[in-house]
Design a protein around this ligand. Sequence first.
Ligand code: HEC
Length: 131
Amino acid sequence: MSNSVSRKKIAIQLTLAITLIVLAVIAKRAIANEPVQSVSQGSITQERAAELTHMLRHDCGSCHGMTLKGGLGPSLLPEQFKDKNSEYITLTILHGRSGTAMPPWKTIISEDDARWIAEFLLSGRIKEFNK
Ligand code: HEC
């Protein structure tokens, strides 16, 4: 009799332990998939951030240089933006500059994307990608 009671106890404890492990795994996954909050409003997933940095190098890079040091278009490194803010860069990316080669990107990327790119350019983190 007491033997079956202690077996039941062990079974309950095991069930509890397994439930806790499953919950921990689920929680960990949820945290890993959580979008990265950008400095300004809006959130960009890590996956989207990778797509945008790829776009910077290959699409923007065709005019601004692969390392964004400048080419047909000016440099997009932080030194370029000393007297300019994130809003200015975001608007330039979305709407382009009429009368120049700088095209508008608003049909391809969202406002959040453009804002993320602006913050990314201002942060100078592109230099890590240029190594
Ligand atoms: C077809 C060429 C071309 C492409 C592609 C291009 N740009 Fe430009 N961009 C220019 C030119 C030229 C200028 C300078 C416009 C002017 O004279 O005001 C410029 C200006 C800018 C400026 C303003 C710089 C400043 O200091 O005022 C930003 C920011 C910028 N581009 C970001 C981007 C981003 C981000 C991309 C990719 C999503 C991109 N550009 C793609 C040609 C291009």
